[in-house]
Ligand binder design. Structure first.
Ligand SMILES: CC(C)(COP(=O)(O)OP(=O)(O)OC[C@H]1O[C@@H](n2cnc3c(N)ncnc32)[C@H](O)[C@@H]1OP(=O)(O)O)[C@@H](O)C(=O)NCCC(=O)NCCS
Ligand SMILES: [Zn+2]
Length: 226
């Protein structure tokens, strides 16, 4: 038994643990070092994006742009949105793998032009008539319902399923820009989606702070799948 441990130990001579992502690897081993870079990038929410020839740019700023990707776009484009979603879900600690069937899905990716990385993400979808809609807010980590809205014309509500901005890019108005872009660009009867027709799928403490600022009131629409 001891011998096995020693053997394993010898194999990993020179190994070290990354202070940031906790990955144990041998820096001099090229394969190992490469694996660490991948794990580390995911941990930090770094998502490379080298651009597409036919990307749908819906907002263009000096250092970043916002790209709209629809569910029925080029498969590779939607796949990229799903890859981002995976990183986002990891950082949010959620996993709704089965919601791929929801209708009206589209993503908005904020991409840093120089770094060529995704720095923000919004995933929108239709709120379905079977969803439970309420006017709620978050307190001490729990959702408090102010009012259930069983008659909400939920078919028209636009669900904000995920909203995420990379830590290093937060508090610069990026989430605001992303949600504005969604409201302006989503196909919606009558044009721009009014703020009051947006519902959030779930909230975190940060999401709560953003939402109360964005909506200008302490409670907002939340939808849940039955
Ligand atoms: C929530 C989140 C998307 C906000 O992104 P953001 O780009 O930093 O938001 P904005 O810069 O547009 O914020 C607009 C306003 O919302 C409020 N706000 C946003 N984040 C806040 C925070 N962490 N603390 C306090 N107020 C906050 C502020 O009033 C802010 O305006 P100000 O910076 O001028 O004070 C981002 O913090 C995030 O990705 N968090 C982790 C993921 C998450 O929790 N997502 C929500 C649940 S799906
Ligand atoms: Zn690391």
């Amino acid at each position: 038994m001891d011998q096995m441990i020693i053997d394993a130990g010898q194999k990993r001579i020179g190994s070290q643990q990354c202070d940031i992502c906790n990955f144990v690897y041998v820096p001099t081993d090229q394969e190992d070092a490469k694996l660490h870079r991948q794990v580390h990038k995911k941990f930090e929410g770094v998502i490379a994006f080298h651009g597409w020839k036919n990307e749908r740019v819906v907002y263009d700023d000096v250092d970043f742009r916002i790209i709209q990707v629809k569910y029925d776009d080029d498969r590779r484009h939607w796949q990229k949105a799903e890859d981002v979603l995976e990183v986002v879900d990891k950082s949010l600690g959620v996993n709704y793998r089965n919601d791929g069937t929801r209708s009206g899905r589209e993503a908005f990716l904020a991409v840093a032009n120089e770094e060529k990385q995704v720095i923000g993400f919004v995933l929108a979808e239709n709120v379905s008539t079977s969803d439970i809609v309420s006017r709620s807010y978050l307190k001490d980590g729990e959702l408090r319902v102010v009012q259930d809205l069983p008659d909400a014309n939920s078919k028209r509500l636009v669900g904000v399923s995920r909203i995420w901005v990379r830590p290093s890019a937060q508090r610069r108005g990026l989430a605001t820009r992303l949600v504005d872009a969604l409201r302006q660009r989503r196909r919606f009867p009558g044009g721009v989606v009014p703020k009051g027709d947006l519902a959030l799928s779930h909230t975190t403490e940060m999401g709560e702070k953003f939402a109360s600022s964005y909506f200008g009131r302490s409670d907002y629409l939340v939808y849940r799948t039955t």
